[in-house]
Design a protein around this ligand. Structure first.
Ligand code: AP5
Length: 183
């Protein structure tokens, strides 16, 4: 049973690797960024509330994202496993997820930390050019990552759930290292 959480700075390759692995394992790839961007596109109440935070490169409030993830993990297609990409992003979200997985009897999750230096991720994102990929917003996303999300490396390390992968290699090399590490 594959239950994986991807951690790493913006541009680390979380979405790219999560998509490949989810297809391979035939399990859902759950990206909170993708769900929020879709909500924004459809101008749902969630999307409207999230927009200003996303535009600034700030985190959307925990409660909004937690409700969204709970709803998604309760769907039947998660019974055979899942990959979470972009959640949790704060220690509070991690504690919420731990309780939720216990309630849903979906424990045994592993956490993949994609390690990539700042200058590499900035270059990757400037080349990609998503709405929040301007230099100013990328710098803010990196600051928020360092202060709010990086503490999860120790959080999951202390719980012996962490696998760290060098994300500063070709896509194929990262995928190969990842598959070996989780097999
Ligand atoms: P989100 O969509 O999660 O953005 P992010 O974490 O900033 O991640 P990215 O999608 O930018 O990077 P990635 O690591 O997935 O890299 P990717 O594979 O795309 O979140 C966006 C916003 O939503 C947040 O700022 C926040 O406002 C909100 N949000 C989301 N979740 C939230 C939460 N839990 N709580 C609160 N708010 C939340 O790759 C990037 C580029 O690099 C691509 O062009 C790719 O082709 C390239 N690339 C990837 N790997 C390699 C490689 N090995 N070599 C060369 N190029 C590579």
């Amino acid at each position: 049973m594959t239950r994986l959480i991807f951690l790493g700075p913006p541009g680390a390759g979380k979405g790219t690797q999560a998509k490949t692995l989810a297809l391979d394992c035939e399990i859902p790839h759950i990206s909170t960024g993708d769900i929020l961007r879709q909500a924004l596109k459809e101008q749902t109440p969630l999307g409207i509330k999230a927009q200003a935070y996303m535009d600034r490169g700030e985190l959307v409030p925990d409660q909004l994202v937690e409700e969204m993830v709970e709803e998604r993990l309760c769907q039947p297609d998660t019974k055979s496993g899942w990959i979470l990409d972009g959640f949790p992003r704060t220690v509070k979200q991690a504690a919420f997820l731990g309780e939720l997985l216990q309630k849903l009897e979906q424990q045994g999750e592993k956490v993949v930390n994609l390690d990539v230096p700042d200058d590499v991720v900035v270059n990757r994102l400037l080349q990609r050019g998503r709405a929040d990929d301007t230099e100013e917003v990328i710098r803010r996303r990196l600051e928020v990552y360092r202060s709010e999300t990086a503490p999860l490396i120790d959080y999951y390390g202390d719980r012996h759930q962490l696998i760290t992968i060098n994300g500063n290699q070709s896509l194929e090399e990262v995928t190969a290292e990842l598959k070996k590490a989780i097999s």
